[in-house]
Write a protein that binds this ligand. Sequence first.
Ligand SMILES: Nc1nc(=O)c2c([nH]1)NC[C@@H]1CN(c3ccc(C(=O)N[C@@H](CCC(=O)O)C(=O)O)cc3)C=[N+]21
Ligand SMILES: [Mg+2]
Length: 285
Amino acid sequence: MAAERINGKQIVAEIREQISQEVQSLKDKGIQPGLAVVLVGDDPASAVYVRNKAKSCADVGIHSEVYRLPAETSQSELLQLIGKLNADSHIHGILVQLPLPAHINEDAVIDAISPDKDVDCFHPVNVGNLMIGKPGMLPCTPAGVIEVLKKIGISIEGKHAVVVGRSNIVGKPMAMLLLRENATVTVCHSRTPNMEEITKQADILVVAVGRAQMIEARHIKPGAVVIDVGMNRLDNGKLTGDVHYDDAAQVAGYITPVPGCVGPMTITMLLQNTLQAAKNKASQA
Ligand SMILES: Nc1nc(=O)c2c([nH]1)NC[C@@H]1CN(c3ccc(C(=O)N[C@@H](CCC(=O)O)C(=O)O)cc3)C=[N+]21
Ligand SMILES: [Mg+2]
């Protein structure tokens, strides 16, 4: 039996509709949520994401500003801009697009963002709060994956969730969010020798490694939910995930397409975090 293709577009549309309504009710109180996106250098792929983010903000009524800085921008110039955005009362969220050019220390830049405005949830304070289960900003891609599972009616509690990949951006926070939802969590990575044995035990398999189509039917337990976080550009210009879709779909119960699910959900969670940051500030005022 073929897997059900998870309809990312529909889930994204539902959540964005709700965000729009909440943005409108904040605007009625005189507050417009604002997001600043900072792009250093002119990587063409990054430029596409930045454009998508700006358009998505406009669609839900969030104010957005894009700062395009030349690749040779110094670290201190970038830190100065972040300081300015931290102090700007119209800006509730700050996203500095990663990776940064090699001469800039990413940790120093992330540390400089006010944790209240850290809509990526990359600042150590927010990562720490996530780890100990305190309320706060949630990382966009992992939060989007949890939303997808909830929207399609998958219960996470007691399930064996296997995460492939251990990056600070996806794998590690993904494992933490699944644990918060009471899954039994296993993390596999490049030094895991018997990966197929482990992924085959997963009720929920989340793949975030950045290797095109590495997960095949043989890695998957029949009926499992497979969430593909990968976004790999092929030589023909097409985007493909870390999961071999057609092969995996013969075994999985549910599967996410690439493009069309995790990417747009990530942007949706960014909008949600920006709204949340604006609401937090309004309630403090
Ligand atoms: N500080 C920071 N935060 C990020 O969240 C961040 C970042 N840096 N650096 C780059 C990556 C990449 N990223 C994407 C988000 C959505 C899509 C997306 O919407 N993709 C569409 C397709 C896009 C296409 O067709 O090119 C999809 O999957 O359907 C892509 C890429 C966020 N990133
Ligand atoms: Mg996708």
